[in-house]
Ligand binder design. Sequence first.
Ligand code: SF4
Length: 237
Amino acid sequence: MAVELTFYSVMVLIGEITIIVLLSLLVFAFFLVAVTALSIRKGRLYFPRLLKSGFYMLEGVVRGLTRLFGISEKDLITFFIRLQNSMNTTTFEKVPVEKRAIFLPQCLRSSRCPADLTPEGLVCKQCGQCQTGEAIARLREMGYRVFIVPGSSFIQRMVQKYGPEAMIGVGCIIEVKDGLEMCDRQGIPAIGIVTQKDGCVETLVDWDEVCSVARRGLPETAPKPAQEPPEVDHPAV
Ligand code: SF4
């Protein structure tokens, strides 16, 4: 009888602890969602470290609860990307440019792109049919290793091969989120830039933003983002 009572007591205790833990997690999830909603509304990041660990721990619950606060899935992911970018910036800036890499999605190319597919990704021929070629030249001039990504496993392969210590990734919102999470797991400070137009063909990105992010932490002498062509004084006829 004494043994049964002890067993019963232990089971009750386990049940009570489980309920307390679950309730605490639910309260924490509500707190995370409230802070996220406030951060989005105010355009500021409150408790970024706590938010980041909380998202990783309770992503599914947070996703469900955010709907109650009128936050769409897209807004939540955009916020998560902003959060990651902001937390990675200082470490990113300390990495010398020769140890950084940029990964561009192939969908930025023209549909008539003549680039060759190689083990190092798609190699741009600077044909001038899209802005990617010109941007790649500028980024390489800064000292970056630049890749056009042909498929999903490519980035991981290049990370293993070249071991970049900081990365910039361009892509659609989901690709950027997944890429940032992958870099986070591997301890690589990364900045994600979301394309302006979704889709799989001829998407768009703000190249000035890409170059501006790429210049972070570089000396002032590094090539600047897109500049207006100099005005030419036409001689009077
Ligand atoms: S500039 Fe480069 S990426 Fe763009 S279409 Fe030409 S070869 Fe392809």
